[in-house]
Design a binder for this molecule. Structure first.
Ligand SMILES: NC(=O)C1=CN([C@@H]2O[C@H](COP(=O)(O)OP(=O)(O)OC[C@H]3O[C@@H](n4cnc5c(N)ncnc54)[C@H](OP(=O)(O)O)[C@@H]3O)[C@@H](O)[C@H]2O)C=CC1
Ligand SMILES: Nc1nc(=O)c2c([nH]1)NC[C@@H]1CN(c3ccc(C(=O)N[C@@H](CCC(=O)O)C(=O)O)cc3)C=[N+]21
Length: 428
C-alpha cells in the first residue's frame, strides 16, 4: 500500500479555496507538532490511500506543492522517497504517477547535509524522512494576503453604503516631487478605487509653507466626507514634521502617527484609535500564516517612529519578548540569532545575512531599498534589508521584497480608513 506524505507550504494552503482546504488544515494542525522545530517546512501532511483522490485533485489544481514524498510500503527500511520541487510540478501537472518517475531516495540514508523530520501517517508507523537542507522557507505572500484583505474590505464597504449610504473617504497630502512618494500615493489611490473608498488628493510644491499644509489638514479635519488623513512622509526639511502630524485630528489619524495614538499603543490598558499601517501589516501577516507570537523572542531591527518603534510595541502587546537593534547596537547578529521572529526596518540592502538568523526563525522584511540593476527597465530593482537568498535557506518563513510587507501597508491603510468611517458613523 502506498502511503503519501505531502508537504505543502502554508502560503500554498492559503491559496486553496476548495473543500480540501479544511481537510488539509486538520491534518496540518495534527502533524505540525511532529515537525522538527528547525525544519524549514511549515506544513506536513500525511495522507493515506483513501485520501489520494483528494490529493490527486489538489496536485492537479494547485501545482505549487513544494514536495511530495511517496513510500512504497509502510516500513521505513524499504520506503522510497520521491522529491518534487515547484518547477517539476509545473512541468508534470497532470498525473500523480508522473511523480513516481522522479529520482528516489531511500528513507534512513543520512548525510551531514540532511536532517530528519518525523512524520506519522494516520495508521502507519512513524517514518524518519531525510530532507535536504537546500529546501527554502515558506514565502509569506503579502501581495496575496493584501488582495484577500481588499476583497474583505470591499464587501464591508458595499454593505456600509447599502445600510447607511456612507462611503469612506481618505485624503492624502503630498508635498514635493519625490518619485517614490508619488508612486506610493498613486498606489494608494488605486487601492482606494479598488475597494470603493473615495480618495482626495492634495499635491503641494516642494517650497510650500508649513502653514499651507496645516490649512489643508484643518479643512480635511472638518470635512465629514473625509474619514482618514495621511500626510506622505518624508516632508521637505524646512517643515516641522511634529507640528504637521500633531495637527491631524486623532479620529482621522489613519497612519496612527499622532503622539496620542502612539502613546496609547505603548500603554497597558489603553487602546489607540489606529495602529500604524506597516507594523499592523507585519502582525497581520504573522496571524494569517498562523505563526505564533506569544512567548516568542522577537527582534526588531530599526526604531523609527513609523515602523521600528511601533512594531516593537505591537509585538510586546502580542506577548512576545522583544529586543530592539539599532545603529548603535554592538554585535547585532548575536541578538538576531536568538530571535524566533525578526522584523527588519532599517533601509540597508541585504544587511541581515543568513548567519544572523536562527534556523527556523520567521523573517519579516520591511526594508525597501533600490539597488542599481542595468537589467531592469527602470535601472534599479528593490531589495529588502534581509539577504533573501541566504536567509531563506535558514528561516522557516520569510517575506519577499517586493510583494511582502509593502502591499500590506496599503491594505492596512484601507482597513484603518474603513474602521474610522465605521466608528464615526457608529456602525458595528
Ligand atoms: N514596506 C513598507 O511598507 C515600508 C517600508 N519602509 C522601508 O523600511 C526601511 C526603514 O524605514 P524607516 O523606519 O522609515 O527608516 P528610518 O531611516 O527612519 O529608520 C531606520 C532605523 O534603522 C536603524 N539603522 C540604520 N542603520 C542601521 C544599522 N546598520 N544597523 C542597525 N540599525 C540600523 C536606525 O537606527 P538609529 O535609530 O540608531 O538611527 C533607525 O532606527 C526603509 O527601507 C523604508 O523604505 C518604510 C515604511 C513602510
Ligand atoms: N505618511 C506615510 N505613511 C506611510 O505609510 C508611508 C509614508 N508616509 N512614507 C513612505 C513609507 C513607505 N511606504 C510604503 C508603502 C507601500 C509600499 C509598496 O507597496 N511596496 C511594493 C513595491 C512598490 C514598488 O514597486 O515601488 C512592494 O513592496 O511590493 C512600499 C512602501 C509607506 N510609507
Amino acid at each position: 500500500m502506498f502511503v503519501y506524505v505531502v508537504m505543502y507550504r502554508t502560503s500554498t494552503l492559503m491559496r486553496l479555496r476548495l473543500l480540501e482546504q479544511n481537510f488539509l488544515y486538520e491534518h496540518l494542525r495534527h502533524y505540525y507538532k511532529t515537525l522538527n522545530p528547525n525544519s524549514n517546512f511549515r506544513a506536513i501532511i500525511g495522507l493515506r490511500l483513501q485520501s489520494i483522490c483528494k490529493l490527486h485533485t489538489m496536485a492537479l489544481i494547485d501545482t505549487a506543492a513544494t514536495m511530495i514524498f511517496t513510500s512504497s510500503s509502510s516500513s521505513s527500511s524499504t520506503a522510497r522517497l520521491l522529491l518534487f520541487n515547484n518547477t517539476k510540478l509545473h512541468k508534470f501537472p497532470n498525473t500523480i504517477s508522473n511523480f513516481r518517475r522522479s529520482t528516489s531516495l531511500h528513507f534512513g540514508t543520512s548525510s551531514p547535509t540532511s536532517r530528519t523530520i518525523v512524520t506519522h501517517c494516520s495508521s502507519s508507523p512513524a517514518s524518519a524522512i531525510q530532507v535536504n537542507n537546500e529546501t527554502l522557507a515558506t514565502v509569506i505572500d503579502g501581495k496575496r494576503v493584501a488582495k484577500d484583505i481588499r476583497e474583505e474590505i470591499a464587501v464591508e464597504i458595499s454593505r456600509m453604503k447599502e445600510e447607511i449610504g456612507i462611503v469612506p473617504g481618505l485624503a492624502v497630502i503630498l508635498v514635493g516631487d519625490r518619485k517614490d512618494s508619488a508612486t506610493y500615493v498613486r498606489n494608494k489611490k488605486k487601492a482606494c478605487d479598488s475597494v470603493g473608498i473615495n480618495s482626495y488628493e492634495v499635491r503641494l510644491a516642494e517650497d510650500s509653507t508649513e502653514e499651507e499644509v496645516l490649512n489643508h489638514i484643518s479643512k480635511f479635519n472638518d470635512d465629514p466626507s473625509v474619514h482618514g488623513i495621511l500626510v506622505q512622509l518624508p516632508l521637505p526639511s524646512h517643515m516641522n514634521e511634529q507640528n504637521v502630524l500633531n495637527a491631524v485630528c486623532i479620529e482621522k489619524d489613519v497612519d496612527g502617527f499622532h503622539p496620542l495614538n502612539i502613546g496609547r499603543l505603548a500603554m497597558r490598558g489603553r487602546e489607540p484609535l489606529f495602529v500604524p499601517c506597516t507594523p499592523k501589516g507585519c502582525i497581520e501577516l504573522l496571524h494569517r500564516y498562523d505563526i505564533p507570537i506569544k512567548g516568542k523572542r522577537a527582534v526588531v531591527i530599526g526604531r523609527s517612529n513609523i515602523v521600528g518603534m511601533p512594531a516593537a510595541l505591537l509585538l510586546q502587546r502580542e506577548d512576545a519578548t522583544v529586543s530592539i537593534v539599532h545603529s548603535r547596537t554592538k554585535n547585532p547578529e548575536e541578538i538576531t540569532r536568538q530571535a524566533d521572529i525578526i522584523i527588519s526596518a532599517v533601509g540597508q540592502p541585504n544587511m541581515v545575512r543568513g548567519s544572523w538568523v536562527k534556523p527556523g526563525a520567521v523573517l519579516i522584511d520591511v526594508g525597501i531599498n533600490p539597488v542599481e540593476d542595468p537589467e531592469c527597465a527602470r535601472g534599479y530593482r528593490l531589495v529588502g534589508d534581509i539577504c533573501y537568498e541566504e536567509a531563506s535557506k535558514v528561516a522557516s518563513a520569510i517575506t519577499p521584497v517586493p510583494g511582502g510587507v509593502g502591499p500590506m501597508t496599503i491594505a492596512m491603510l484601507l482597513s484603518n480608513t474603513l474602521l474610522s468611517a465605521k466608528r464615526i458613523h457608529n456602525l458595528r
